[in-house]
Design a protein around this ligand. Structure first.
Ligand code: NAP
Length: 345
């Protein structure tokens, strides 16, 4: 039996990526994609890679009944429309920040509060590597932020494997591509301004810091740079453990955490040009690469992770979580490998 799906916010970058993934997914049939600005226009007119789809955007006020609704809308829309979304669909997967954080205090401290704080306890964080056991049957799923996802996937093995216990100093530096800002962009995202940049933005107080702290249970010092990529997020984490850590300890932790994960692979100082996690190497795929080095003189651990923000950092993660929530094989519709060689993706 086919599972019906709709995409609210179908003209955006994550909406387009979701439509691409759902179009190739054997279990889902996309019956609706919404847009206010492009209502009645074809999906292919906005997303040229989807010109073959026989689908027109419709008004988000007029939602079809479906099995799964994916909300790809700016922060604030889902919390305002959540009752309508839940009336229309058995399962809602939200890609915005609206249901990601586990308690209202996080929204009071890092956003402009929350309209529906009572629902936060019902929402399940989508990242299967962190929350797989709570996803089956979940009817409100919140996909993680892309920078937070890259960071959490990189650091997660350090917790629970006797390397960090929480409270140690961690400095995180993320480089991210322009698609993170959405299709709307703005002046800073214009080609002329964005091309060639290594531009710090939100050097302190980035909202994803709260998400990392909520799910890893420790505070981090977090800065993001906008760099000249379209897709991709690359996190470098400088970690200062209380006690010396060997390379063997690190391999034990990372293998123990990830050896059975279908979408995490190690890239840690091997041969070739790409010795560590590289956004180019995962572009278009749902894979997160992780790797590390140990710096004994300074007793510093350097942890690297790389994802495609459109995939593991948003739409791919959402489909992965939906597969788990609905009982499909986890990798369904997500098995594609990225390209090599490729220019700036
Ligand atoms: N881009 C990323 O890398 C990334 C990664 C992780 C999470 N996210 C999150 O995912 C969400 C979508 O991001 P995006 O990059 O896809 O944004 P985007 O490209 O700006 O797209 C936003 C979409 O939402 C629609 N929309 C805007 N306001 C709406 C409203 N009030 N009601 C219904 N539809 C509305 C827009 O179409 P119309 O205006 O035509 O309706 C558009 O289709 C955001 O919350 C973002 O933070 C993005």
């Amino acid at each position: 039996m086919t599972t019906t799906a709709s995409v609210v916010g179908g003209t955006g970058f994550t909406g387009g990526e979701l439509l691409r993934l759902l179009d190739g997914h054997p279990e889902f049939a996309v019956v609706q994609a919404t847009s206010r600005s492009e209502a009645n226009k074809t999906v292919g007119g906005v997303h040229p890679n989807l010109r073959h789809m026989n689908l027109r955007f419709s008004d988000p006020e007029d939602l079809d009944s479906v099995d799964v609704l994916f909300a790809c809308t700016p922060h604030g829309v889902s919390m305002e429309r959540i009752d309508r979304f839940r009336d229309a669909a058995g399962t809602v997967v939200d890609l915005s920040a609206d249901f990601r954080l586990p308690a209202a205090e996080y929204y009071d401290d890092h956003y402009d509060g929350h309209d529906r704080p009572e629902l936060l306890a019902e929402a399940e964080y989508a990242l299967p590597e962190l929350n797989r056991e709570n996803l089956p049957g979940a009817d409100l799923v919140a996909a993680g932020g892309c920078n937070a996802t890259a960071t959490i996937v990189g650091l997660l093995p350090l917790f629970g494997h006797d390397i960090l216990s929480g409270g140690e100093r961690i400095v995180v530096d993320v480089k991210v591509g322009s698609s993170e800002g959405g299709a709307g962009g703005g002046a800073a995202a214009s080609h002329a301004e964005r091309s060639g940049v290594v531009r710090p933005y939100a050097p302190t107080g980035h909202r994803h810091e709260a998400e990392i702290e909520a799910y890893l249970g420790t505070s981090v010092s977090f800065t993001v740079h906008a760099v000249d990529m379209i897709r991709g997020a690359s996190a470098t984490c400088h970690v200062f453990p209380d006690d010396p850590v060997s390379k063997g300890d690190m391999w034990g932790a990372y293998r123990g955490q990830y050896e059975d994960e279908p979408f995490v692979r190690m890239a840690s100082g091997g041969g070739g040009v790409y010795r560590y996690p590289e956004p180019k190497a995962v572009a278009g795929s749902n894979v997160a690469e992780v790797g590390f080095e140990v710096d004994p003189p300074n007793e510093r651990l350097v942890v690297f992770s790389a994802i495609d923000n459109m995939m593991k950092g948003s739409a791919g993660q959402a489909v992965h979580a939906a597969n788990v929530a609905l009982g499909f094989e986890e990798t369904t519709g997500l098995a594609a490998t990225g390209f090599h060689p490729i220019g700036s993706p």
